[in-house]
Design a protein around this ligand. Structure first.
Ligand SMILES: [Zn+2]
Ligand SMILES: [Zn+2]
Length: 415
């Protein structure tokens, strides 16, 4: 059996997140998107933890449930500390098997003076290794997944304050790192180039700060949907596939300087150096640059089967993006939302529509724009899309239909 999971989400109590992120809406949108298992998010925040205790029903298998959707107790923590003589800032997803364990973790953090009632993703003055030791002390079944591992500022491998290997970061406790999260600006094939990740499960989640962003990346696991089953699927890489955004769409794909409008691919940096050609200051080195530094093998080209038996993946464009292009209005337009809701009500979840729905059904589901949308979904499935990479905090753009300034993405068809 397989189940789809988005294990990096936030509540309304995390910084810069939507007020609509409550359990009712999370469960509703999980069904709209086609997600079976969500992270409960932000579990160190006192108000959200009270809500978690009130709203989540224990299943007895280490997972919880609300509104017909399963929840794993998982929260993003920001670890800030000097390690190896350098200031490090690393975001880590922490998972616990019970609300009692979470209560223990909260007490341990409070005893260390952590401030937990502000940001739902708290900043902890401790190294990722010491944070993990504290989790394991609360319950040996706890595990971590470093979040968006390549992003410059908070990725465990990030160019600004990251490490060169998981061992350098987590030391003697590296075995309790269950997987790494690619982040929006990277995809699994980029991670396959890095020997340090050869034995590590590579997962993708949304890091959603609002409901429509839920499941923009996700992982489909094989096996039993339970806490133990999830741990086992991660350890043995029993992953059916991951769903990705095109990595160019992420905010840190290229190196660059946002203020100066400079965006450079690794070959440009190799030729011209890492100083901004406009202002002369250092560029924010992007994800592709960092992958290149830690990789010991070339980019995986067009492949029909996954490299080295790694779980495959599929890069998608959101249904809203396709609708906005078809209708000639913005992604946030009311007309896009009503067409989107009509589609998911008549056909099934967004994941089903993008991956599996017969195109004839998509064409029939919308009165005016159905045919064109079906063509767009077909293009997305083939990776026949056009991208402009993001850089230095600026999202890239992905278009299903070409615009003058874009270049075509050569997308390996993996599943
Ligand atoms: Zn983060
Ligand atoms: Zn500059």
């Amino acid at each position: 059996m397989t189940y789809s999971a988005d294990l990096h989400v936030h509540s309304s109590y995390a910084y810069a997140t939507s007020r609509e992120l409550n359990f009712e809406n999370l469960a509703r949108w999980a069904r709209i998107k086609g997600v079976d298992l969500l992270a409960s998010a932000d579990f160190t925040h006192p108000i959200w933890f009270s809500e978690s205790k009130a709203k989540l029903v224990e299943r007895g298998d280490g997972l919880y449930e609300h509104g017909g959707v399963k929840f794993a107790l998982g929260s993003e923590l920001s670890c800030v500390a000097r390690v190896g003589g350098r200031a490090r800032r690393v975001h880590v997803l922490a998972f616990a098997p019970s609300l009692d364990t979470v209560a223990k973790i909260i007490r341990a953090l409070e005893a260390r003076g952590a401030k937990l009632n502000g940001d739902g993703r708290p900043t902890l003055r401790m190294s990722p290794r010491d944070m993990l030791a504290m989790l394991l002390d609360a319950d040996p079944r706890c595990f971590v997944i470093p979040a968006h591992v390549w992003t410059p500022w908070y990725g465990v491998f990030g160019s600004k304050s990251g490490f060169d290997s998981l061992e350098e970061c987590f030391g003697d406790l590296t075995a309790h790192v269950a997987a790494v999260e690619t982040g929006l600006s990277a995809d699994p094939s980029m991670c396959w180039r890095v020997p340090n990740l050869d034995d590590m499960a590579i997962v993708s989640f949304s890091d959603a700060h609002s409901l429509p962003k839920l499941a923009r990346e996700l992982t489909v696991f094989e096996g039993e949907p339970s806490y133990g089953g999830l741990v086992e699927a991660l350890r043995s890489q029993h992953i059916a596939y991951t769903v990705e955004m095109f990595p160019e769409e992420g905010k840190y794909h290229n190196s660059g300087h946002r203020r100066c409008g400079v965006s450079l691919a690794p070959e440009d940096v190799a030729r011209d150096g890492s100083a901004c050609p406009v202002c002369g200051k250092g560029l924010t080195l992007g994800v592709t640059q960092r992958v290149g530094e830690l990789a010991q093998r070339d980019a995986v080209g067009r492949v029909e089967t996954p490299d080295g038996g790694r779980p495959p993946y599929r890069s998608l464009v959101s249904l809203r993006q396709a609708l906005s292009e078809v209708m000639g209005v913005g992604v946030g337009a009311k007309r896009v939302t009503s067409a989107y809701m009509r589609l998911v009500e008549s056909l099934g979840s967004e994941l089903y529509i993008l991956l599996n729905a017969p195109l004839a059904d998509v064409a029939r589901a919308l009165p005016v724009h159905g045919e064109r949308l079906a063509e767009g979904v077909g293009r997305i499935r083939c990776g026949d899309v056009h991208v402009v990479p993001g850089f230095d905090g600026k999202y890239g753009t992905v278009r299903v239909w070409p615009e003058d300034c874009s270049r075509k993405r050569a997308q390996p068809l993996l599943i």
